[in-house]
Design a binder for this molecule. Structure first.
Ligand SMILES: Cc1cc2nc3c(=O)[nH]c(=O)nc-3n(C[C@H](O)[C@H](O)[C@H](O)COP(=O)(O)OP(=O)(O)OC[C@H]3O[C@@H](n4cnc5c(N)ncnc54)[C@H](O)[C@@H]3O)c2cc1C
Length: 466
């Protein structure tokens, strides 16, 4: 007889594994099925974690090469790519094994294999030997994440035509890389390889990089990346990618119809990701998808089939690990009879380049579109003593506050540790704080966070250091 669970979670990424742990904490008998052979999903295996590892090491390499300017003589700085990749793999293994440990600690059953619906209460599991077993379950949470999208007619071979997964595992430093798409994944991976010596060209169809980001920040971001040596070809469309003896040729056309061919060793296609919902046999139980093949859910993450729920990249919303995690916790609490919810207005997003770029809440463009009157407070890291002291003074903090009530509506930061700084604004916004509340909160000196305080002061035109 097949084992019976209160809840089965399909997919062990940040949405699924966090959900499974929370369900177990709440006293529900829980299993989590994962097909990849290790827990942690895209994020830990081929996403957030390996990319941040490579960003950190490549940044250190870049800094080490410039040590002599700071009075540190270390001799010749050489790159050992094999060792660098091993270091990245080690970070991934430690973290994915850490999730296994958390499953054991919380008594979540970890089931290896591909899960799909036999019926609304029976889940089939196909293991890597093609052996099929079944689990009985009261409820199921689908958290099967997303997959990289390619261009029509172009297949990833992960050697020359790369998705982010291939770009995280190159065996040698390419001479020239074309990055198709100026979103955060392309820019992070482009930065890694550019720092290691690759000539990087970003081809972007739109006028600005990182679509959806506050325009002023996005323009500053591109300026800084250009200074770092990354080449941008905006309002340019990729027409064709053809593999050749030396790598690939990428034929593009700009907004005036001029055609340019880029020869390169590798092409990274980072034009977005699609929900991974094909392998679940959803038709059998009639779970509805939207036009983008995302699973349709209501506010409590329930699908049209009452005992089936869905979260993370497989449903609507920003494809971010922390969004998936928060949904995992919320759905677990809902299933346990509590009232879990996610505040979609206050989800931070961070690009982990140097400098980092972080956003939360509304952009200026959104406020204009929604006819909301706002005030702007801005403060440059050029006037922040900590940033100047360590010579990392590029960028600024921008806070948008309601014109009448002074309530913080959004914040956008480009600068050192922006990804950490945005956290304080998130808490302030959750508590309905005004810019004045932030401005009157004592911030330690000398810290980058003083730039946040000064930006908040500047909303009322009373910044001290500018
Ligand atoms: C290069 C890169 C960098 C990124 N960096 C960041 C970042 O810095 N910050 C951030 O917030 N986000 C980042 N992301 C996005 C982040 O990884 C995803 O938003 C997040 O992993 C989504 O979590 P999830 O649990 O919904 O899905 P996933 O992490 O995709 O996990 C889904 C899991 O389900 C498994 N699965 C699928 N189908 C089945 C099945 N039928 N049976 C069993 N298992 C199945 C898959 O193998 C996978 O492990 C990055 C992504 C990439 C690609």
């Amino acid at each position: 007889m097949s084992e019976k669970f209160d809840v089965v979670v399909i997919g062990g990424g940040p949405g699924g594994y966090v959900c499974a742990i929370r369900l177990a904490q709440l006293g529900l008998k829980t299993a989590c099925i994962e097909s990849r052979g290790s827990l942690g999903g895209t994020c830990l295996n081929v996403g957030c974690i390996p990319s941040k590892n490579l960003l950190n090491i490549s940044e250190n390499y870049h800094k080490a090469k410039n040590f002599s300017k700071l009075g540190i003589e270390v001799g010749e700085v050489k790159l050992n790519l094999e060792k660098m990749m091993k270091n990245k793999d080690k970070a991934v293994t430690i973290l994915t094994k850490g999730v296994e440990f958390l499953f054991k600690k919380n008594k979540v059953s970890y089931i290896r294999g591909t899960g799909s619906f036999k019926s609304a209460n029976t889940i089939s599991i196909l293991d890597d030997q093609n052996k099929e077993t079944y689990l009985e379950t009261e409820k199921t949470v689908i958290s099967t994440g997303s997959l990289p999208i390619s261009l029509p007619g172009v297949d990833f071979d992960e050697k020359i035509i790369l998705s982010s997964t291939g770009a995280l595992a190159l065996q040698k430093v390419p001479k020239k890389m074309i990055v198709v798409g100026g979103g955060y994944i392309g820019l992070e991976m482009g930065s890694v390889w550019s720092r290691l010596g690759t000539e990087v060209h970003v081809i972007e169809f739109l006028e600005n990089i990182t679509p959806g980001m506050d325009r002023e920040i996005s323009i500053e971001f591109m300026k800084i990346l250009k200074k770092q040596g990354i080449n941008f070809h905006m309002q340019t469309k990729v027409e064709r990618i053809t593999k050749n003896a030396n790598g690939a040729g990428v034929l593009t056309s700009d907004k005036d119809g001029n055609k340019v061919n880029f020869d390169c060793d590798v092409v990274l296609i980072s034009v977005g990701r699609k929900p991974n919902t094909d392998n679940l046999n959803l038709d059998t139980i009639g779970v509805e998808l939207d036009e983008k093949k995302r699973i349709k859910t209501d506010k409590s993450f329930q699908t049209n089939v009452s005992n089936v729920y869905a979260i993370g990249d497989a449903i609507e919303g920003p494809m971010l690990a922390h969004k998936a995690e928060d949904e995992g916790i919320a759905v677990a609490e809902n299933i346990a009879g509590q009232s879990g919810h996610v505040n979609y207005d206050i989800i931070p997003s961070v690009v982990y380049t140097t400098p980092e770029v972080a956003s939360i809440g509304k952009t200026e463009e959104q406020l204009k579109k929604e006819n909301i009157k706002y005030k702007i407070g801005k403060f440059s890291f050029m006037a922040n003593s900590r940033a100047k002291a360590i010579d990392e003074a590029e960028g600024f903090v921008k806070i948008l506050a309601d014109e009448k009530t002074d309530r913080v509506l959004g914040a956008h930061i480009i600068g050192p540790h922006a990804g950490e700084l945005i956290g304080e604004i998130g808490i302030a916004m959750e508590f309905g704080a005004s810019a004045e509340d932030i401005a009157r909160t004592c911030h330690a000196h000398p810290t980058f966070s003083e730039a946040v305080k000064e930006a908040a002061l500047s909303v009322d035109k009373r910044a001290i250091h500018s």
